[in-house]
Design a protein around this ligand. Structure first.
Ligand SMILES: *Cc1c(COP(=O)(O)O)cnc(C)c1O
Length: 235
């Protein structure tokens, strides 16, 4: 596959390449590749770039901003009703109402105020979204996520007190560290808390994440191309 022709016409090809890399990594780790879901991260890419992925049969997507999702996905859902949309970016409490309408899964539950707002909204609407608890495995001050040492108490709050449907843990490792260490930590925590799903791994490290037990990998660039502010028409 020529590296120069990655946007947007061979998105279907890119999807195949990523899926087969997931399958190979799964096989090497003695895992069934069906256990691993590919969340195609379409943030910043327009509906015209997303449609080829939908036409190729892909249905699971991730967006990091509520407003951007609101602009793109309601129309796409009318064409493809079985879309599953994950929120993978930080969520402000004033956007909870819209997020619960737009998304199927929230991967970034990371603080009591947000968890309570989500629980209230889900109780009020009867829409029960799956929730991942985001863990700041690198304890980076500027990064979202609950601190590793506070994670157990937070999971208990979300699951047992607020009755959120907590399905797993999510992390974004520090850029300059070996991601495997963070994936291993997240995996160990999920086991300890009795949670089945692990959302970890991006374009640069999803194969490593699969080896460490990822059930959801979030891949953007390797499918849709770079997010640099270039004009797609000029390619
Ligand atoms: C953008 C983003 C991704 C995808 O990153 P790529 O390197 O483009 O694959 C994954 N997870 C989160 C939380 C993101 O914001």
């Amino acid at each position: 596959m020529p590296k120069t022709a990655s946007f947007p016409h061979d998105i279907g090809e890119n999807l195949k390449t990523v899926k087969s890399a997931i399958a190979t990594a799964a096989e090497q780790a003695d895992r069934a590749s069906a256990e691993i879901r590919l969340v195609a991260v379409s943030k910043t890419h327009p509906a015209d770039a997303i449609r080829p992925a939908l036409l190729a049969g892909h249905r699971l997507f991730g967006e990091n901003r509520v407003q951007e999702a609101d602009e793109k996905w309601p129309a796409l859902r009318e064409e493809f009703p079985d879309i599953q949309l994950h929120l993978i970016g930080p969520l402000q409490t004033n956007k909870v109402k819209r997020a619960v309408q737009l998304f199927d899964v929230i991967e970034t539950v990371d603080r009591p105020k947000l968890a309570r707002a989500l629980a209230r909204e889900m109780d009020a609407t009867g829409r029960r979204l799956g929730c991942f608890i985001q863990v700041n495995t690198g304890a980076e001050p500027q990064k979202a996520g609950v601190a590793p040492e506070a994670a157990e108490e937070f999971v208990t709050l979300c699951r047992d007190e607020l009755n959120l449907s907590v399905v797993g843990l999510m992390c974004i490792p520090p850029l300059d560290e070996e991601p495997g260490l963070h994936f291993a930590l997240l995996s160990e925590m999920a086991q300890r808390f009795g949670l089945k799903n692990l959302s970890m791994g991006m374009s640069s490290d999803f194969e490593t994440a699969v080896r460490f037990g990822a059930t959801h990998v979030r891949v953007g660039t390797a499918i849709f191309g770079a997010r640099a502010p270039v004009t797609p028409a000029g390619e």
